[in-house]
Each structure stands twice: as structure tokens, then as C-alpha cells.
Design a protein. Structure first.
Lengths: 479, 135
């Protein structure tokens, strides 16, 4: 087994990056990885994990999940909590795609009842705008956009894009109350208005899946899914609006970093004290972008339900939403640190909240089990449903992994496989893929990611979330 | 002048070399288009641009971020730029053609320009830019 030098093994899956790995670290780094994933670890990702540990007010450790990889600012898979009194907030700990996230919709159909699969994929592709040129059918005024930014998923429901139950099974009920539309620039609005209700491009997708195996029947029952059931998984974020918010506030926070005399090893970690004008403005704009993303996924889920209703005669209200998780976000939460309850700002960048049983902000039906944790696989590979645990509350500020994590660059991926080859291979496995171009498929081949099963095995073994079910793809639409 | 895509696991890492700063900015814009659309655009339309920054890196960051905005909102696939670069500012016009699904390979979104790994080095002969696009 190969592990990078300077890293200490703490237990089978826990590895510590000691203070001193880079200058100025205030706390150690800690990441979770199995021996078989150790070879995928990049030195750049560990340096980024250590860089986060230099930021003011960081509490306990700079953390990374087993899907850790080299990003910008924080590593992907990075989690850090900052004291509300002495800590900072940084767009480098959230990323450009604010509230990129995943939602799962359970369909009252068995796999055998799902005929017309190619037609289903074609109709979903036609109904949901995808890719760079994908334009929304919604025509929003500035005032309506303000409501969307303030109210999130419930705005979409009030406009007829869903039912009241949907928002109840959404992280934070699909709305961060701290949203401040005034902190969202005109440029961000211009980008966001024509894109609401669109999937986007890159690794974003909508997948038709089947629950292939249930590992935890009691939790699966609570979440309303069973073996052989058809589900739909939606993975997308806050589109150009969120990207522009990150870009705009990166600039103001860079100036703030100098103003507050904060020394940082990476400009992408630009930050400000949480309770400073600059920090508050970023948090308000970020929360508004998170709400935009929840509304976005709500609208896409509505289009999906309409297609299924028309094609299979399934009643709209019988397609129940399992949950919706954010995996690029900063949130104000309370966690127990050293036996004391502490108010912190938890940054999760490519990491999922995994609150355990009895934690706040859980729907009553899930309170005894813990929140559903939805982990999308890469295109063509399995996805997983897990539940949050008390172990996550103790070890990771209630956080777990978010996906598989890339292991191969896009330049390498393109040299190896063409989009058509990948589409044909997946087709032979019974997985129908529809994308605006073959280039989009080549970028996201299953081989370019870590095996998703190994990533979730680690979080399951460490106990920061526990496996409930495995879902396998039947059809994919990509942006 | 040259544009090279380097290996980066998650994102698109680009190296651009040019003899002058003006060419470096123009080529960097073409590199962004290459990542997004498979190739830069062709001349046709123009669009004005002016950005500010404290140093060369933040100017480049602001310039490329502005191109992202222009390409997304105006639907312009940029072919190059005629720029004036001074102390803390870049201004001028960008040139390009309207986006089309067929001509531009359906496009691939770039979410943002990363400050991580953004560097501009000037040696005897040329300027060298390294930059990471979040894709």
C-alpha cells in the first residue's frame, strides 16, 4: 500500500495530516480512506486540506471524506467548521456551484412495469432543458426571482411545480432563511433568470434507476422505498446565478482578507469574519443561491413527474420525494465540541450533511433513523442511499461523502474512450444514455471516477453514515 | 503563442504562452472558448469590455470571469480581443460569433475561474499563464 509521506495512520480508515504539514496550520487535518483508495490520493488534495487548517477560527480538524480530490480552495470532499465568534466564511469552502445537490423521487412502479424505456429517456430529455444552450420555459421578472431566492423550493411549489409534502422532505425544507437577494448582483440575476428549471452540463444528470438491493429494511421502509422499485435521481445546482455569486464575492472577500489582515496560502480561500459586513453579504447571497438551486431541482422534478404521469398513468401525488441534499454549502449549525455545544459555520464542499437520529431539521418520519443521504454514482455506475448517524455528529460535524470522486483527468479520459464507445458499452448493459453531444459523455465515463461502492464502504465502516440501499441506472440524461 | 491543456483530475488546467500581455489575455480567452466549445469562435460580432484588478493575476481572473458572463448571457463564442492593458485595468472589445449547438459541439459549461493555481510568469521571451477552469 502506498500513502503519501508525512501522513499518520490513526486507524484502519483514518489518516491524520499533522500540524506543520504546511506552515501556519492551527489544527490537524483528518481524512478517511481505505487502503485500496490510497493510491488515488493526490498530494495537491492533501495540501489543500492542510491549507484549510490555517484559516482563523477553524474548530477541531480540517476534514475530508473518502471522495477527496484536488479541487480549488478546499479539496473536493472537504468539511470544516468555523467558530461563529472567531471564525471566517469563505466561498473557497463552498465552490462555484452553490448547493449543487441531489434529490431522489420514488415512483410507484416495479422495474418489470417500466416499459417504453427509450421513449421515457427521450421524453425526459425533451422535457428538461439540458446543456449549455438549454433555456428555461419559465419567464421570471426580477420580483419573481426575488421570491425564488427568498423562498427556495416552496416558491416553486406555490407556483404549481410540486406538492406541499415535497418541501417537508428536503434538507432545511428547501429554504435557507438567511437569504439576502439584495446581495445577489444584477449580473448573477441576468445569468440565473433564463436558467431556472434547467439541468446544466458537466457532471449534472437525471437518472432513471431501480433499487437493486436493500441493506437496511427498516430505514428503507421509513424512506418509502423497496427492492425492485423505480426511482429518479436529479443532480444539479444553482447554475450561472450561483457561479456568478461566487465570482462576485470572491473579489470582495479578497479585499476583506487584506482588510482584516488574514494570511492565507491560497487566494481561492479568500474569506472574512462571519460577522463582518463582507462575510454577511456573502452568506446572504450564498443562501439565496442555495434557495435558487432547491427551486431549480423542484421544477425539474415537476417536469419529470409530468412525463411519468403521461407515459405510465402514475398519479402525480403518488410519486413521493424521498429527500434532497445539498453538497456545496456553508451553514450555521450547533455541534458538540469537547463536551460543549458550539455555534459554528460548517462548510461542506463536495460533502453531504448526514445528521443522525434525533438531530434538528429532520422530517418527523425520518427522525428515528437519521436523514437520508443520497450518493450519486458516476454515469452508469451504482448510486447509494444511506442514513445519517450519531457517529457523523461526533466525528465530522454531521457530514459524509458526496459521490465517487474523479481519478482521471478529462484530457486522459478523452484519449482512452470516445463518447460513442461509452454509450454503446452502457447500452449493452441496458443503460440508455442521452446527451446533447458525445463529448459530454466522454468526459464522464464510469472509469474516470473512483468506484462509488468503495467510497460508500468507507463511510459505512467508519460509521459516519450507514448503507440503506443500492440503486442501479436504467437510463441517464446528461447536460 | 500557444494553448496547452495540462492534466488535472477534476477540472481543466490550461497553460497559455504569448509574447505580449495583450496577446496573453486574448489567447487566454480563446483557451476558455476551446474548453467550452471545442474551439474558439470566428470573428463577426464585437462586445465591449472593461475590468479592474489589483495585480496581473486578479486582472486575468476578472477578465476571464467577464468572458464567462458574456458568453453565457450574450451567447457569444469569442474569437479574440483587442485590448488595452494599463495599471489595474483591461479595456477594449472582444470579437466572436453567436453560439450554435451544431457548430460548437453542444458546449460544455465552465462554472468559474479558479484563483487556486492561477499564475502569470514573465521570462525573457514570453508571458506564461497557468489557470484552472472549474468544469
Amino acid at each position: 500500500m502506498t500513502m503519501l509521506p508525512g501522513i499518520q495512520r490513526m486507524s484502519e480508515f483514518e489518516w491524520q495530516v499533522p500540524v506543520g504539514y504546511v506552515p501556519g496550520m492551527r489544527v490537524p487535518g483528518l481524512f478517511f480512506l481505505s487502503e485500496s483508495l490510497a493510491g488515488t490520493l493526490e498530494e495537491g488534495a492533501v495540501t489543500q486540506l492542510a491549507n484549510v487548517a490555517t484559516m482563523p477560527g477553524i474548530v477541531r480538524q480540517s476534514l475530508a471524506m473518502p471522495d477527496i480530490h484536488w479541487g480549488y480552495g478546499f479539496p473536493i470532499g472537504g468539511v470544516a467548521a468555523f467558530s461563529r465568534d472567531e471564525g471566517v466564511i469563505s466561498p473557497g469552502g463552498v465552490g462555484f456551484d452553490i448547493n449543487c445537490g441531489v434529490r431522489l423521487l420514488a415512483i410507484p412502479l416495479r422495474e418489470a412495469e417500466l416499459g417504453k424505456r427509450r421513449e421515457l429517456v427521450e421524453r425526459l430529455f425533451a422535457a428538461i432543458p439540458t446543456g449549455v444552450g438549454g433555456k428555461s420555459a419559465l419567464r421570471l421578472s426580477n420580483r419573481e426571482l426575488d421570491r425564488m431566492l427568498l423562498e427556495g423550493a416552496s416558491w416553486a411549489v406555490s407556483e404549481g411545480y410540486g406538492i406541499d409534502e415535497d418541501t417537508r422532505v428536503c434538507e432545511q425544507e428547501g429554504c435557507m432563511k438567511e437569504a439576502d437577494p439584495a446581495a445577489v448582483s444584477q449580473k448573477a440575476r441576468q445569468r440565473g433568470m433564463p436558467q431556472s428549471g434547467t439541468l446544466g452540463s458537466g457532471n449534472h444528470f437525471l437518472e432513471v434507476q431501480v433499487v437493486r438491493e436493500v441493506y437496511h429494511p427498516e430505514a428503507a421502509r421509513a424512506f418509502g422505498i423497496s427492492s425492485g422499485q423505480v426511482c429518479i435521481m436529479i443532480h444539479c445546482g444553482s447554475r450561472g446565478l450561483g457561479h456568478q455569486v461566487c465570482t462576485d464575492h470572491l473579489r470582495t472577500l479578497e479585499a476583506a482578507t487584506k482588510k482584516y489582515r488574514i494570511t492565507l496560502p491560497d487566494r481561492q480561500l479568500a474569506c472574512a469574519p462571519i460577522d463582518s459586513p463582507e462575510g454577511r453579504a456573502y452568506f446572504g447571497a450564498m443562501a439565496a443561491s442555495a434557495n435558487y438551486a432547491w427551486a431549480n431541482r423542484q421544477v425539474i422534478m415537476h417536469y419529470t413527474r409530468k412525463v411519468l404521469e403521461e407515459l405510465y398513468g402514475v398519479a402525480y401525488k403518488d410519486m413521493h420525494m424521498v429527500y434532497d441534499v445539498a453538497h456545496n454549502v456553508a451553514k450555521m449549525e450547533e455541534h458538540v465540541v469537547g463536551g460543549t455545544k458550539l455555534k459554528v459555520c460548517v462548510h461542506r464542499k463536495g460533502a453531504t450533511r448526514a445528521f443522525g437520529p434525533g438531530a434538528p431539521d429532520l422530517p418527523a418520519a425520518y427522525s428515528s433513523v437519521g436523514q437520508p443521504v443520497i450518493i450519486p454514482g458516476s454515469m452508469g455506475s451504482p448510486s447509494f442511499l444511506l442514513h445519517g448517524t450519531s457517529g457523523a455528529m461526533e466525528k465530522t460535524f454531521g457530514s459524509t461523502c458526496h459521490g465517487a470522486g474523479r481519478v482521471m483527468s478529462r484530457t486522459q479520459a478523452k484519449k482512452r474512450l470516445t463518447g460513442k464507445e461509452i454509450r454503446d458499452t452502457l447500452g449493452k448493459e441496458g443503460i440508455i444514455v442521452k446527451a446533447p453531444s458525445d463529448a459530454a459523455i466522454a468526459d464522464e465515463a464510469p472509469e474516470v471516477y473512483k468506484p462509488s461502492i468503495e467510497v460508500v464502504r468507507v463511510v459505512h465502516e467508519v460509521g459516519i453514515s450507514r448503507l440503506v440501499a443500492r440503486l442501479e441506472p436504467l437510463g441517464v440524461i446528461k447536460g | 503563442m500557444s494553448i496547452e491543456e495540462l492534466d488535472h483530475t477534476a477540472d481543466a488546467k490550461i497553460r497559455v504562452k504569448a509574447g505580449t500581455l495583450e496577446d496573453l489575455f486574448s489567447e487566454a480567452g480563446r483557451a476558455l472558448m476551446q474548453v467550452m466549445y471545442g474551439r474558439p469562435g470566428k470573428d463577426g460580432r464585437t462586445y465591449p469590455l472593461a475590468v479592474r484588478g489589483d495585480d496581473l493575476e486578479s486582472l486575468m481572473h476578472a477578465y476571464l470571469s467577464e468572458l464567462l458572463f458574456i458568453t453565457e448571457v450574450e451567447g457569444l463564442v469569442i474569437s479574440g480581443a483587442d485590448l488595452r492593458i494599463g495599471e489595474g485595468f483591461v479595456e477594449g472589445v472582444v470579437r466572436g460569433e453567436p453560439f450554435s449547438m451544431e457548430a460548437h459541439n453542444a458546449g460544455r459549461g465552465v462554472k468559474g475561474i479558479s484563483y487556486s493555481g492561477l499564475s502569470i510568469v514573465h521570462d525573457q521571451e514570453s508571458y506564461i499563464l497557468d489557470v484552472i477552469f472549474d468544469v
